[in-house]
Write a protein that binds this ligand. Structure first.
Ligand code: ZN
Length: 480
């Protein structure tokens, strides 16, 4: 019995102890829950991990904090190591340091570069190379918004018919470019003439080809491959064409022509020689301000003269000159040596242009001409060899008569003084021959010298006439 009682007490104690433990544990749980419930809470605004492109600045999104339902956001302190514009991974820590245990929350900030670098190729992106030739790099450059110049990081991969250029920036953003290499000779060869491409030679003399050379971008000097077709018969007048043709190894070919004019020296109709007559000639006009005054003086003095006109100036002055009995001659439309002496065709086109102007304005077909620079000019040699030799004959064949001069007034550059113009003219006048006086009606000093020249002439037994197609040609020695 006693043993039974003992056992009952023991069981009771055990049960009591168990109850006690349960109470303690429950209290502990309640305590922990209570503590947890009253710990301040920090909530991040925005993301926990934020990515920012390096060109932008990190903007603090902030947090919200509460403690026992009360807003304590103001108590939160922030610690950040974010460096704007600098790529990296940073941390922003939000914490409370006045609570009895440390409370904090972190945010990760990544400053990143997602942009590909720029990669540009110098030279052509599609390169044509002569077969067997190696490509010489034309260069390239690479820049990155973050890293700056990264040209030295460019890697090239050479393949059979292309080059691949690759560059990566420090964030591993990659950019590629490709240069295509095509092995093909696309360029035509070229032929260069020694001398000019139009040659004028007198009938019965001999023609010697002044030579030529040919070259090709791939084949080099291919002068030996030039083939010439056509022929020149120097014993027969006319224009001959020689064709020079060359073909490179790829089959590209080029041909150019050389014109050979074989001309016969023509003896012009001698015309009438009038010693002691003064033919005043005015070139390069008409021009308002000078030509009109010159016409006034000539009218006043009842003197007839000759105007070698261009396509400049007003029509009305040409019309007036013709109406007042002067001769309107042709000087070419442009007076541009480089153009009109570049070929015989160019010369005649220029001459015909002024001829049609004069015809339109005056109604007359003028056949009296003066070569710009005169027939003895050497400037034309620069543009076409022998052109004056050819033209001085050809104009006669085409029904023109050309007049140079035997007295220069010096108004084309020698002097700008009316007294000198006067002296130059009167000192060279002769009763033994016709006097063809070169003057320019576009010059004020010539205009101003004119009255005295006429006065001197009249006082010294000279007469003044305009050139007609009957007038004997006064020509100089041809030098080209
Ligand atoms: Zn002139």
């Amino acid at each position: 019995m006693k043993k039974e009682r003992n056992q009952n007490i023991y069981e009771k104690v055990f049960i009591l102890k168990k109850k006690f433990n349960t109470v303690v544990y429950s209290l502990l749980v309640i305590f922990v829950l209570a503590v947890f419930a009253i710990i301040p809470k920090i909530h991040l605004n925005g993301k926990e991990v934020t990515e920012i492109i390096y060109t932008n600045n990190y903007k603090e999104a902030g947090v919200k904090a509460s403690f026992l339902g009360k807003d304590i956001t103001r108590n939160i302190k922030i610690k950040s190591n974010v460096k704007n514009k600098k790529i990296g991974t940073y941390e922003v820590v939000y914490y409370l340091d006045d609570f009895f245990i440390p409370i904090s929350k972190k945010r990760t900030v990544k400053i990143i570069d997602k942009e590909k670098p720029e990669l540009s190729l110098k030279g052509e992106k599609k390169v044509f190379l002569c077969p067997g030739r190696e490509y010489q790099e034309d260069g390239f450059s690479a820049t990155d918004g973050y890293d700056g110049d990264i040209t030295k990081n460019v890697k090239t991969i050479k393949e059979k018919d292309r080059i691949i250029y690759i560059v990566k920036d420090s964030s591993n953003n990659e950019k590629r470019a490709i240069r295509e290499i095509i092995y093909k000779d696309k360029e035509k060869p070229s032929i260069q003439f020694n001398g000019l491409n139009e040659i004028n030679i007198a009938l019965g003399t001999s023609f010697q080809d002044p030579g030529y050379s040919a070259s090709d971008n791939c084949d080099g000097d291919i002068t030996k491959s030039v083939k010439i077709s056509g022929n020149v018969d120097t014993n027969k007048e006319g224009t001959y064409t020689l064709t020079y043709k060359v073909t490179d190894l790829m089959g590209n070919s080029t041909e150019i022509n050389r014109k050979i004019n074989i001309y016969k020296n023509i003896t012009p109709n001698p015309g009438v020689q009038k010693p002691g007559v003064v033919y005043l000639t005015f070139d390069d006009g008409p021009k308002e301000g000078t030509t009109n005054i010159i016409l006034d003086i000539l009218k006043e003095e009842n003197v007839k003269a000759t105007f070698f006109v261009t396509n400049k100036g007003p029509d009305e002055l040409i019309k007036r000159a013709a109406e007042e009995g002067h001769t309107v001659g042709l000087h070419t439309a442009s007076h541009d040596y480089a153009n009109l002496y570049s070929s015989t065709e160019a010369y005649f086109n220029d001459l015909y242009a002024v001829e049609s102007r004069v015809k339109r304005v005056t109604g007359f077909d003028s056949k009296i001409i003066r070569f710009p620079g005169g027939s003895s000019n050497t400037v034309s040699r620069r543009y076409s060899k022998g052109i004056m030799s050819f033209l001085t004959n050809e104009v006669l064949r085409r029904g023109y008569r050309y007049y140079d001069w035997n007295i220069s007034s010096g108004d084309a550059g020698e002097t700008t003084d009316p007294n000198m113009v006067y002296q130059n003219v009167i000192s060279r006048l002769s009763h033994e021959r016709p006097n063809i006086v070169l003057m320019h009606d576009i010059k004020t000093y010539t205009r101003d010298a004119l009255k005295n020249i006429i006065k001197y002439g009249k006082e010294n037994g000279y007469t003044f006439e305009a050139i007609t197609t009957d007038t004997e040609m006064v020509t100089q020695r041809v030098n080209n």
